[in-house]
Design a protein. Structure first.
Length: 564
């Protein structure tokens, strides 16, 4: 069996562990690295020291250089050192020659020192270990330093044996954390969480709320609100369009004779690219998107979701091990019960909002409540399927009545697909394809295998876990978007074409539905469990990560999402 020292510990990983052990585990064990304004600023500040420069004399040569008063002091940038005995490896931003033949590691930090003008503990640990690596190579080191860009000052501290022992203790603690199957518990009321790039992955307050780890004596739970990214999804819907690369922009060129105008979109401004039908994309554009981890999803012209490209599968293999371990288990059934009960609850809420007052409406709502309560106690997936089907019959009968109330042209004979036989079902099928695409992105970002579900059975090519995750959101996002489009006159029967029994959307209907879907996904609602405002797109991502935490045993039960 390999020892921990067979896998060297990175110096920056020890910095992360001192800052927050959970952050260290998520980044260096689960492979969850996410940029935000702070990390991007740090990369910008490091752009000079990340460029190798200068030469590092041998230890004895550095001593001779210091004795030669005519020589200018030397320094070396971006020096990588490792030592098997220490079990450490890492890149040193800068090594300066100081008096008496001694060298000093200098690390560049974007922020400011402590209020007392001292090094932060995480920085002190990292620099002390840098000094130990230099000493292991034969250099004399008596001090360490950090250049804090935020205050434009260098902070120097003397190196002591006590500091060395302390830093090695932190390295040993990091090795222990690296061996854990689950991440350490989140910090409670910690200032580190506010600017942490992994806040949306770690979910400190959400996990603490579900496990009781974040409760104060007053029963209040601190919220760290994670804003949605400024980047937005981009859709290209017209066949014959070419998507190419122009510096850091995607250049979208329509086919000759098209009414669509050419467009350019910054790579940093898009969260995903969606291509419909015969849209061409160049290899250069695809490579640029893969480098930035921007997913590219492919749909048929009619809206069938083929799949997507991805830069790499999540490194968090522990989540997938737990997922396969719990396949067909009571844990999987408990998650399935929660998802389907939420679906039935949200279906009832949708009908309650839109059905006219009357005895028939009340009966329908009571039936859905009874079915939902049965689903919460289902003893098998087969029972759950029966309750879901019973609820679906109730729901679609009244949804059909709602659509006919808008106009007879929107009548539907229940839910039908492959092919859809009326305009409403054509829009629903396309909307669900968009939703399963976003659910699959969320599932895979959480480290889950999209093709092994807890409710939908595994079939070749079917993203069962994504279909599971989206169940509570079908009525709230897609059905709501379609209903409001019809009620507001954003789409007309002339926007559809019939071929035999099949009905398909024309370009106008497809564009209108994409716009309505994205408006709904961006809409902020109050999370019924956590109490903060959050968009539907973020809710889906949060629920995917919480589902993964149930499978790994970090939290006990799947949190419900039931709208008010």
């Amino acid at each position: 069996m390999r020892s921990s020292f067979d896998d060297p510990l990175q110096l920056r990983a020890v910095n992360a562990h001192v800052f927050c052990p959970r952050l260290f585990w998520l980044e260096y064990v689960a492979g969850e690295f996410v940029d935000n304004a702070h990390t991007l600023e740090g990369s910008h500040v490091h752009r000079r020291v990340d460029q190798p420069g200068g030469s590092m004399p041998a230890p004895q040569a550095s001593d001779e250089a210091s004795k030669n008063k005519g020589d200018d002091p030397w320094h070396t940038r971006s020096l990588w050192l490792s030592d098997d005995t220490l079990g450490l490896t890492g890149k040193l931003d800068l090594v300066d020659l100081v008096e008496e033949g001694r060298v000093m590691p200098v690390d560049t930090k974007k922020g400011k020192p402590t209020r007392d003008g001292a090094l932060w503990e995480a920085d002190r640990a990292q620099l002390t270990l840098q000094a130990l690596l230099l000493k292991a190579q034969g250099y004399q080191v008596a001090s360490i330093a950090a250049w804090y860009h935020g205050s434009r000052q260098r902070v120097v501290e003397a190196l002591t044996p006590e500091m060395e022992t302390w830093a090695l203790g932190h390295a040993m603690s990091a090795r222990h954390t690296r061996s854990l199957d689950k991440p350490p518990a989140p910090l409670v009321d910690a200032p580190q969480c506010r600017g942490c790039s992994l806040n949306g992955v770690c979910l400190p307050d959400e996990v603490n709320a579900l496990t009781g780890g974040g409760e104060h004596e007053e029963g209040e739970i601190r919220r760290v609100l994670v804003p949605d990214h400024d980047a937005v999804p981009v859709y290209v819907t017209e066949g014959g369009t070419r998507v190419g690369l122009k510096q850091n922009m995607l250049k979208i060129t329509p086919r000759r004779g098209s009414e669509m105008k050419p467009a350019e979109v910054g790579l940093g401004a898009m969260s995903q690219l969606n291509l419909m039908g015969g849209v061409q994309i160049t290899t250069q554009a695809m490579q640029a998107l893969l480098r930035r981890d921007v997913p590219v999803s492919f749909f048929s012209y009619g809206g069938f979701y083929y799949g997507r490209t991805q830069s790499a599968t999540s490194r968090n293999v522990r989540v997938r091990i737990a997922q396969f371990k719990h396949a067909d288990s009571e844990v999987a059934l408990s998650i399935a019960r929660a998802l389907i009960a939420d679906k039935l609850y949200n279906a009832r809420v949708f009908l309650r909002r839109h059905l006219p007052e009357g005895p028939e409406s009340k009966r329908a709502l009571r039936k859905l409540t009874r079915i939902r309560k049965k689903a919460e106690k289902a003893e098998s997936v087969e029972q759950l399927l029966g309750y879901e089907g019973e609820g679906a019959r109730q729901y679609w009968a009244h949804f059909d009545a709602l659509m006919q109330g808008a106009d007879e042209a929107w009548a539907m004979q229940g839910r039908n697909r492959r092919p859809p036989r009326d305009p409403v079902n054509a829009m629903l099928s396309f909307g669900y394809a968009l939703l399963v695409k976003d659910a699959q992105l969320a599932v895979e970002a959480a480290g889950l295998d999209a093709y092994l579900g807890v409710y939908h059975t595994a079939h070749h090519g079917r993203p069962s876990m994504a279909l599971d995750l989206m169940e509570p959101f079908r009525r709230l996002i897609v059905d709501s978007a379609v209903y409001l489009m019809v009620r507001r006159g954003e789409v007309s029967p002339e926007n559809f074409v019939r071929s035999g029994q099949a009905v398909a959307m024309k370009t106008g209907a497809r564009k209108a539905l994409i716009a309505a879907y994205e408006r709904r996904m961006a809409e902020s609602v109050i999370h019924p469990l956590f109490g903060y405002a959050i968009s539907y797109r973020r809710i889906i991502a949060v629920q995917a990560r919480l589902l993964a935490r149930v499978l790994t045993g970090e939290i006990a039960a799947m949190p419900n999402f039931r709208t008010r």
